[in-house]
Design a protein. Structure first.
Length: 209
């Protein structure tokens, strides 16, 4: 008869071990892109930082491009889920559009943007990588568009700004985040974001008082 001791952790399933290994590799990849840049990021360095064998890394992601694309997509998905949860926790009565802009800026102005920027720059001169990055960007913006329409339904009357709003916001924030890599003018960033919040009322009705 087999005995069990209290507090003994059950053995993980193969699926759990696989998910854990992939997660470690993806997180290590984003860290490398942020700290080292795309050119200096190697699969050997990623495996070492993830604490997994080179063989395990090659089993899950045979090439560097597959690994970095998967890592950035993983981070996009995680941040998107965090954004939706954070919006859902806002207290009743708060101006959701302004809060959404602040949340987005906090998410796109850090390591996520750095990783994405490194990937985009590398893709400029790599046709194969460019196709993968373009497909990732399209999937991401489609998800953003769906979330935007759920949070901010289209107004009853004609409003040509509503459909383009997600692309407009991300284009502005990407530009602002790019400036942040070489400048620390927090006052200017705040003014730009405040202007964006004011423009939001061109497409969104103010909450009832």
């Amino acid at each position: 008869m087999r005995s069990t001791a209290a507090g003994v952790r059950p053995r993980r399933t193969q699926a759990e071990r696989t998910a854990s290994t992939r997660g470690q590799l993806l997180e290590a990849t984003v860290t490398c892109l942020h700290e080292l840049g795309y050119a200096r990021t190697t699969t050997t360095e990623i495996a070492a930082r993830a604490g997994v064998s080179r063989g395990a890394q090659l089993h899950h992601f045979p090439t560097k491009s597959e690994l970095v694309i998967a890592a950035v997509e993983h981070l996009f998905e995680r941040r998107h889920e965090e954004f939706v949860r954070a919006i859902g926790r806002l207290p009743v009565g708060i101006e959701r559009a302004a809060a959404a802009i602040d949340l987005l800026w906090s998410m796109v102005s850090g390591p996520l943007f750095d990783a994405w920027l490194e990937l985009a720059i590398a893709a400029r001169t790599d046709p194969e990588l460019r196709g993968r990055v373009a497909a990732l960007d399209q999937r991401f913006m489609e998800a953003v568009g769906r979330t935007f329409r759920e949070l901010f339904p289209a107004p009853a009357g004609p409003n040509p700004f509503h459909e383009i709003a997600p692309a407009f916001v991300f284009a502005l924030m990407d530009g602002l985040a790019l400036q942040k890599t070489v400048s620390d003018d927090g006052e200017k960033f705040t003014r730009v974001l405040d202007t964006l919040k004011a423009l939001a009322w061109l497409i969104l009705p103010r909450p009832a008082s």
